[in-house]
Design a protein around this ligand. Structure first.
Ligand SMILES: [Zn+2]
Length: 303
């Protein structure tokens, strides 16, 4: 149902259904929800299930059920990335037509061996296939990056600058196994859904310049960005499947998990809410949330 009092833009939350809902993922859900609502935007939901081998059956439904119980009500119907292949292929076609991408036959080993230095989240790609016509049936497609520097202002982390050529290199938009890269899929989905505000965990901050560059290549404007502090497990790692059950979000611990998420977001919910139902916590959050208080520092999960 579309609320006509809301503006034309939208925020969104895009969980990967690779397991149960972690408290760190709840921070991203809550932060994106509160920032969207505060800006008078719709809040959309997308299931990032492109990486099919990692998808756990039933995980998406469970995440949706918990968000609903927590009072994080989304607008419209959730979008499933696994059903969006045609649109990603169209975007790749546009990039091919504009000669912004080229096929690449490099193995992981080739990339590693030729990397001039370490990059943002992988070795920088040296551009081996730029000048040669890669052949074969299993080719990746890489987006050419030039010398320009990508600059943007993050609502939480402030001014950001990245040279794609020095810190990333030409990056993959479609993998050799035919799976579209996260960078391309997220940009195409956000464009098609009218998303104007991207709020997500700080682990994705360094990939944002690649996405801004993709918007430019597709001839579109990038959205506003806010990256949120991470909630780390007690061993200082990002939450993952190997972390044990008591630290996961479930129906019985929604109130303490929401309160914890609010604290990670720099808010200070009153102690009396610790015995309140989740919907009362959310009412408090909707009226008291102050985005200026969101810190950039990660927090470690309290024991
Ligand atoms: Zn190559």
């Amino acid at each position: 149902m579309t609320d006509l009092s809301l503006g034309p833009g939208a925020g969104r939350f895009a969980p990967s259904p690779t397991g149960s809902l972690h408290p760190g993922t709840l921070v991203a859900a809550l932060g994106s929800y509160l920032l969207a609502r505060q800006a008078g935007l719709r809040w959309l939901l997308r299931i990032d299930d492109l990486d099919q081998p990692r998808v756990v059956t039933g995980a998406a439904d469970e995440i949706l059920r918990l968000l609903d119980l927590a009072g994080l009500h989304w607008d419209g119907t959730p979008l499933w990335q696994s059903r969006r292949g045609t649109r990603y292929a169209e975007a790749l076609q546009q990039l091919k037509r504009d000669q912004l991408v080229y096929p690449c036959s490099c193995s992981r080993k080739d990339v590693l061996a030729s990397a001039p230095h370490a990059g943002e989240d992988a070795p920088v790609y040296a551009g081996l296939c730029r000048a040669r016509a890669a052949r074969g049936s299993r080719l990746a497609w890489r987006l050419r990056v030039d010398q320009q520097v990508i600059q943007f202002r993050d609502q939480v982390f402030g001014e950001q600058v990245q040279s794609l050529a020095d810190q990333v290199g030409d990056f993959v938009v479609m993998r050799a196994d035919g799976v579209f890269a996260y960078q391309l899929a997220t940009v195409v989905d956000d464009l098609d859904s009218g998303v104007t505000q991207v709020v997500r965990g700080a682990d994705l901050l360094s990939s944002t310049p690649r996405q801004i560059y993709l918007y430019q290549c597709l001839g579109k404007n990038a959205p506003d960005y806010a990256h949120l502090p991470l909630l780390l497990s007690a061993d200082g790692q990002k939450f993952s499947k190997r972390h044990c059950l008591p630290s996961l979000v479930h129906e019985q611990n929604l109130t303490p998990m929401l309160l914890l998420a609010l604290q990670v977001l720099g808010q200070n919910p009153p102690a009396e809410l610790s015995t309140a139902p989740p919907l009362r916590v959310m009412n408090w959050a909707l009226s008291e949330f102050d985005p200026l208080k969101i810190p950039s520092a990660s927090r470690v999960m309290p024991r």
